[in-house]
Design a protein around this ligand. Structure first.
Ligand code: AMP
Length: 404
């Protein structure tokens, strides 16, 4: 897969798939512009070479959230709300067209001059986008001489603008943007885990969401730490009553199977020994620390306890490669954030003091390292949620494969 560094964009139109799927407040102010900022180096590379830029992205799920009259909410899901902020960040005028494949859009992209930028309207206003429709993709491809994909977060989808469009460009005329290249490079480094011991830390709500990734990690990790809500399915499967803690009853057998498989492969699995338990799912709940063998019927485990933290920290401290996905508890509430915070500190410490390579990715663990101000103390924070998980499940991402 070549990157944009291999291409001179002088007098070329780069059609760049970005991920501008950003959150807004009710007045359409962008509340987190991380994704927009992440695309700037690639856009600037094209502009600095003397090329022009056509940007395409999805925003939300307009076809799943239709208006009451059954039509698309073209105001709510319009990328026009991104124009002002993008223009400020690039210090350039941005042209916008309210359809991504109509005649007007092609008339504008056809005559773009070096240094000019055109943003196309939300690709998901067309059902053809998610279907990976060939004709729709061909119309998108018409906007550029070169195709650049910088939307790693959408690379697990074989949609028209992420994957199918690439068919219309020769190998020399398609490339990964800087964000995409960095994501793939860092995730590959983890997957190859050249430096051992390799510890994967998994948390979050559900075992069922993480089964495939655990199965794959059993082939490459030395240690797997399991915390968060998903741990209690394992704890219960091992015979502890866990009260009202989160348990996926139908996953217990699979949990035991994973533990057996890990033992056979020599992979150590670490589960919490104790938990912060609460009498309700609320920051005002009464709380105490209990061994997992001792959780009362009406209580629930909402964070890992002190003994678990110490045990997990010890494993992390001795690791050279670390992957972290998913919080250790309900870190959104102050009373239950200590486990996640302590693990974040341990990962940062292993990275800074022991030279470990650490990657944090896949949704809420990223929110956690940001919340605790530790994002710049780990080796890499991934922007890819589902895409990153599928990568670690061992799947080929169609958006990446399409660039080869
Ligand atoms: P996921 O999206 O699967 O990574 O799950 C993240 C969510 O899991 C966060 O919103 C956490 O609040 C939640 N979570 C973590 N630990 C627990 C727990 N022990 N009980 C209930 N929810 C939890």
């Amino acid at each position: 897969m070549q990157t944009v560094d291999s291409i001179n964009f002088k007098n070329k139109r780069a059609l760049i798939r970005v991920d501008f799927n950003v959150p807004f407040d009710k007045n359409f102010n962008i509340t987190d512009d991380t994704r927009i900022k992440a695309a700037l180096p690639t856009i600037n590379k094209v502009l600095n070479d003397g090329g022009s830029v056509v940007l395409m992205s999805h925003l939300g799920r307009p076809l799943k959230k239709l208006k009451e009259d059954g039509t698309i909410d073209k105001e709510k899901f319009s990328l026009k709300h991104v124009v002002g902020h993008l223009s400020d960040l690039l210090n350039r005028k941005i042209q916008f067209v309210n359809d991504c494949i109509n005649e007007e859009s092609h008339a504008i992209s056809n005559v773009l001059k070096p240094g000019e930028i055109l943003l196309l309207e939300n690709t998901r206003f067309y059902k053809e986008e998610e279907k990976g429709d060939e004709v729709f993709a061909a119309k998108l491809a018409h906007h550029g001489d070169v195709f650049v994909n910088d939307a790693f977060g959408s690379a697990h989808r074989a949609h028209a603008s992420t994957t199918i469009v690439a068919k219309h460009f020769s190998k020399e005329n398609k490339a990964a943007g800087y964000l995409m290249a960095a994501e793939v490079e860092n995730a590959t480094k983890i997957l190859n885990s050249s430096e051992k011991p390799f510890t994967a830390i998994l948390g979050g709500a559900k075992v069922s969401d993480k089964i495939l990734i655990i199965e794959n990690l059993l082939n490459i990790a030395d240690n797997i730490i399991i915390g968060g809500g998903m741990a209690y399915t394992f704890v219960k499967a091992l015979g502890c009553e866990v009260g009202k803690s989160l348990v996926e009853e139908d996953m217990q057998e699979l949990a035991l199977h994973i533990l057996q498989k890990a033992e056979a492969k020599g992979v150590k699995i670490y589960l919490p020994e104790d938990s912060v338990i609460a009498d309700k799912f609320d920051n005002d709940a009464n709380i105490r620390v209990a061994d997992n063998t001792d959780i009362p019927f009406a209580w629930m485990a909402l964070d890992i306890g002190h003994a678990s933290i110490i045990a997990f920290q010890e494993v992390i401290k001795n690791s050279k490669t670390i992957l972290w996905n998913g919080p250790m508890g309900v870190f959104e509430m102050e009373k239950f954030q200590n486990g996640t915070k302590s693990i974040a500190v341990a990962v940062a410490h292993a990275t800074q003091k022991n030279g470990a390579f650490s990657l944090v990715g896949g949704g809420d663990s990223v929110a956690a390292v940001n919340k605790f101000g530790l994002a710049d103390k780990v080796s890499f924070v991934s922007t890819g949620g589902g895409a990153l998980l599928e990568f670690f499940e061992g799947k080929t991402l169609p958006g990446v494969a399409a660039l080869m």
